[in-house]
Design a protein around this ligand. Structure first.
Ligand SMILES: [Mg+2]
Length: 178
């Protein structure tokens, strides 16, 4: 059953921000023989991002690592804000809010590891993934049933969009806290 407070939080969301490694990917880093890093993305997540755009919700990426593959994927999906190699995620989070004139209560953030915690503690709707570390999962409003890289982002998006539509889906995936 969808928790009322969660639905209210999701209903306010105007901006969806994502960590990359362990969220949009399974967290494993793939290197080829030349030392070049590649990433694997899930098609369901990509379509979810398109659905967010159709619903008028902006999408952004906030990653601690630099990656050409992420840059390309972000461009492909018309992601409004793509921030890579960010050491201070909370600082950048505040800048994005300012730029888009939005309140932290209007932002959903999905992350899996300790560098995400400061942002997760501020975001109006904080989400982690099944494969996230326990300390992070203990501090968020909601945890997806799927692990990072395997449709967790899509699950989060479907949750937000269905909450906005006021749908109380049967067999809603994920488990609810608070
Ligand atoms: Mg991560």
């Amino acid at each position: 059953m969808m928790n009322r407070e969660l639905i209210e939080r999701a209903d306010k969301i105007k901006f969806f921000l994502m960590d990359v490694d362990g969220v949009l990917t399974d967290g494993r880093l793939y290197y080829d023989d030349g030392g070049k890093e590649t990433k694997v993305f899930h098609i369901h997540d990509g379509h979810g991002i398109r659905l967010m755009h159709e619903a008028g919700i902006k999408v952004g990426i906030l990653s601690g690592r630099k990656s050409k593959a992420v840059e390309i994927r972000a461009k492909e999906l018309s992601i409004e804000e793509c921030h890579l190699g960010v050491a201070d995620k909370i600082g950048r989070f505040n800048e994005i809010l300012k730029k888009h004139h939005i309140d932290e209560s209007e932002v959903a953030y999905i992350g899996d590891d300790l560098p995400d915690l400061p942002v997760l503690k501020k975001a109006g709707l904080s989400i982690s993934v099944a494969s996230g570390i326990d300390e992070v999962k203990d501090h968020v409003h909601w945890v997806t049933r799927r692990p990072g890289g395997l449709g967790a982002v899509r699950e989060a998006i479907d949750f937000i969009l269905s909450a906005k539509k006021g749908e109380k889906k049967k067999n809603q995936v994920g488990f609810f806290k608070k």
